[in-house]
Design a protein around this ligand. Structure first.
Ligand code: ATP
Ligand code: MG
Length: 392
């Protein structure tokens, strides 16, 4: 037996001019995520129909609920195109529901069907009233029964499951996510994917001060994000030399500011190399000394690339809520040191001066070190078939 899923696009439909491009991208993403399942997909400008074998229904639903750009999914019952079958099926569905009032809404794309939409709604509604004790309420019904009469069959649905919303991943091109092992950057990545940005990730590590477990943790976070995109790569930057040199040459209070300016310089260069339009990170205003507005200005001044900070205005608790929802939190709190958490000074500057940064930076040959960093950066492709738990 085949089941039909009706998919609505939601916000995507407000982008009139680009609608076709959006739908094409959504289809491509669905094709990727449903790889290995037998299905048939048909789409038009307002919705999409996916037919699957009943045995594949649950796994198919589970996967579709991870696709950005899908507003809702309804599982439809199908019957032959005749009014008696439609009436019987609607009563069969409603007998299992608890409700007082209902409304029938009919759409008829099959214009050969002998009754028009209003006639179908009224005949089906009348039949329900004869068989179940309830009333019609066209304005505020407890249950809305949707009847869609199409060429091959009529589809009926009541329950609608909410999808993730947002835009299809990739529609905006690529962004470079500065991905650490913390709580904030995976959430920033998720929120960017939701707006249609495809991600590449950049991770700075300082072996042996940071561990291989810390890297595995970041790869695991990337693999969770990868479930929404299937396309994620992590670029690992060996940052030890540059970090040690900063620590030897700059005063304690400035080391974090200068280290972050170096990270931005590298992210800027690397984003150009791999054609990412923007840099994305998990900075949140005021969270730590390097994220005061003054610090952000001083750190940001080394690059012209737009920096997207999806969690900039969120409280930590709001960020944690999302991290829990997307299942990154438990991994993020594993206790491995990151290069930002080793050698943290007691009193990092909260109002740094650009001139001072430039002076301390002039004492080191950072350009050569950045070239080295970029040359030695290596890529880990997150294997889409690898289950998250295999990674740790
Ligand atoms: P936490 O949840 O503990 O705040 P965090 O990763 O956000 O973790 P911050 O010091 O607040 O730590 O760093 C701000 C942002 O800088 C991160 O969200 C991330 O985007 C980027 N960042 C920090 N460390 C790294 C790193 N080792 N590699 C890549 N990006 C990093
Ligand atoms: Mg943070």
């Amino acid at each position: 037996m085949e089941k039909l899923l009706l998919i609505k696009y939601g916000e995507l439909t407000t982008k009139k001019g680009n609608r076709k491009v959006f739908i094409k991208m959504l289809c491509k993403n669905i094709e990727k995520i449903l790889y290995g399942i037998n299905y048939n997909l048909e789409q038009n400008l307002s919705c999409m129909y996916i037919k699957v074998e009943e045995k594949d229904l649950n796994v198919c639903l589970e996967k579709l609920l991870q696709v950005f750009g899908i507003h809702s999914i309804a599982i439809c019952e199908s019957v032959n195109n005749n009014i008696e079958d439609i009436q019987n099926k609607v009563v069969e569905i409603l007998k299992n529901k608890n409700f007082n009032s209902f409304k029938i809404e009919t759409k008829r794309s099959n214009k050969k069907f002998s009754l028009n939409s209003l006639e179908v709604s009224s005949k089906v509604g009348g039949f329900v009233l004869k068989n179940i004790s309830c009333k019609v309420d066209v304005h505020n019904p407890d249950i809305l029964v949707n009847v869609e009469i199409r060429g091959e069959a009529t589809y009926i649905y009541v329950d609608v499951i909410s999808g993730l919303g947002g835009y299809p991943v990739g529609i905006q091109g690529k962004g470079l996510l500065m991905l650490s092992g913390g709580i904030d950057s995976p959430v920033a990545g998720y929120l960017s994917l939701k707006r249609g940005v495809d991600l590449e990730c950049l991770y700075f590590e300082s072996l042996p001060h940071t561990s291989l477990e810390a890297r595995e943790k970041v790869l695991k976070l990337a693999s969770i994000l990868n479930e929404y995109s299937l396309n994620i790569k992590v670029h690992v930057v060996p940052f030890t030399n540059i970090q040690e040199t900063i620590y030897k040459n700059a005063p304690d209070s400035y080391i974090i500011t200068i280290m972050r300016r170096m990270m931005y310089r590298i992210a800027d260069r690397y984003s150009k190399k791999i054609k990412c339009k923007v840099i994305i990170n998990g900075e949140s205003i005021g969270q730590v000394a390097s994220q005061t507005l003054t610090s952000m200005v001083v750190i940001n001044s080394v690059t012209n690339k737009p920096i997207i900070r999806p969690v900039a205005c969120m409280d930590k608790l709001e960020i944690i809520d999302i991290a829990n929802k997307i299942n990154t939190y438990q991994t993020s709190i594993l206790p491995y040191e990151d290069c930002c958490t080793i050698f943290v000074p007691k009193h990092p500057v909260i109002n740094p001066k650009i001139e001072k940064c430039e002076y301390y930076e002039s004492l080191i040959d950072y350009k050569t070190m950045i070239d080295e960093c970029i040359k030695n950066t290596f890529v880990v492709k997150i294997n889409e078939s690898k289950k998250i738990n295999d990674l740790l």
